[in-house]
Design a binder for this molecule. Structure first.
Ligand SMILES: [Zn+2]
Length: 170
């Protein structure tokens, strides 16, 4: 059973990864996989300046969270998921995506992904056809919500408490 403590552990790891990214200039990341009533965090992976490859969640589980960092870039979109992040999120039906960056003393943003919208479909198609400017138009609309991590922790806790509880032992 997952608890608020687990979720706070994810958050601690995210903050550590942002510091490590600042130090090394490399992306870091992990995933949280969801099975019937629990969330399990993968090992933390270290990538290079441009990407990090994360372990896939095992069969019969879903990807609850994909969290990774982006090293500082000359861009104000450092905490926006990239087109390839978004493609992975839609294909893998990832529920939440969080991007951390060491800019401005550390920023962390979490997004809820909606893989079932028309924008998600059009985004995938544009990416497949190599029409990147068309894809970017749909990218932002793939993310239902954007919020601070602490708000997200509250939301996750609500979801888990609804799912879990005393009768979750079967
Ligand atoms: Zn990314």
């Amino acid at each position: 059973m997952s608890s608020r403590t687990d979720i706070e552990k994810f958050l601690d790891n995210m903050v550590d990864m942002i510091f490590n990214t600042k130090r090394t200039g490399r992306e870091h990341g992990f995933r949280v996989c969801e099975t019937d009533d629990s969330l399990r965090m993968s090992d933390i992976c270290e990538g290079d300046k441009c990407s990090v490859a994360l372990e896939k969640c095992p069969p019969r589980s879903t990807t609850f969270l994909d969290m990774h960092t982006h090293p500082p870039r000359q861009s104000i979109t450092a905490t926006l998921p990239s087109p390839s992040d978004t493609l992975n999120a839609i294909k893998g039906r990832i529920r939440f995506m969080c991007i951390g960056s060491p800019i401005d003393d550390g920023v962390l943003r979490c997004y809820e992904v909606d893989s079932d919208t028309e924008d998600a479909r059009l985004f995938r198609k544009a990416m497949k056809d190599g029409k990147s400017s068309e894809a970017i138009k749909h990218l932002a609309r793939v993310y239902l919500d954007e919020s601070s991590m602490m708000k997200q922790v509250g939301l996750w806790e609500d979801l888990l408490l609804t799912k879990g509880g005393d009768d979750a032992s079967e």
